[in-house]
Write a protein that binds this ligand. Sequence first.
Ligand code: ATP
Length: 238
Amino acid sequence: MSQAMLEFREVDVYYGAIQALQQVSLQVDQGETVALIGANGAGKSTLLMSIFGQPRIRSGQILFCGEDISRKSTHFVASKGIAQSPEGRRVFPDMTVEENLLMGTIPIGNKYAAEDLQTMFELFPRLKERRRQRAMTMSGGEQQMLAIARALMSRPKLLLLDEPSLGLAPIVVKQIFQTLRELARNGMTIFLVEQNAHHALKLSDRAYVMVNGQIRMSGSGEALLVDPQVRKAYLGGA
Ligand code: ATP
C-alpha cells in the first residue's frame, strides 16, 4: 500500500469547550491535488493550522510522509517540506516583490534563490514586471500570487493554500487557478481549502466536504461537482 504524504487520523481539535474538528480523517497522496470545501466556520482554517501545531490537536494523529507531526513545533513541520500560502495574502507590506520572494527561501537557505526567482517569474509574469514594487501597493490578486510564489520558494513537498480565491475578481481567480493547475501538472502536491467550491472541485483530483468540523463527504472532484447535495449547498444549486 502506498504511503500518504499527509494523513489525518481521527483528529479532534477544541477551542476551550468548543469542538472545532471532530474525528477528522483524510489523506493527500504524492502528486495529488486535494480540496477541502465547506461553509464559513466549518473548520477549514483550523484544520490547516493544526498541521503546524497551532492549535494543538487533542486526540488523533497527523502524519507527514509517515511521521507523526501532530505534537511538533511549527518550525519543525515547515522544515519537513510543508509550505502554506495563508488566507488574507499575508505578504511583507514594506518589502518589494523580490524581497518577499527571497524571504520564502529562508527554510532552505538561498542556494537556489536565483534559479527559483526565474522559475517564479515564468510562472507569474506579473511578479516579474513588479519585482521592485513594494508589496503593499500591489493589487489583491497580485498579492495572492506573491504569497503563493513565496511559499513555493521554499521548494515544498506539499503546498497548502488557504482560500486562494478570497476577495478576488472572477478573472483573477481564474488566472490563479490556471497557475495552480500548471503547478499540479508539474507534479506539485497541493492541498487547498476553499469556499469557492466550483473552482476547487474543477482543479482537484479528490475533495472532502466539511460541515461543522466533520468530514461529511469525499470523492473525486468530478463526482462532487455533479453531486446534487454538493450542488445545492456549495454551487448555488445550479
Ligand atoms: P472561514 O471560511 O470563515 O475562515 P473555516 O471553515 O476556516 O471558516 P475556522 O476558522 O476553522 O472555520 O473556524 C471553525 C470554528 O472554530 C468556528 O466556529 C470558529 O468560530 C471557531 N474558532 C476558530 N478560531 C478560534 C479561536 N481562536 N478561538 C475560539 N474559537 C475559534
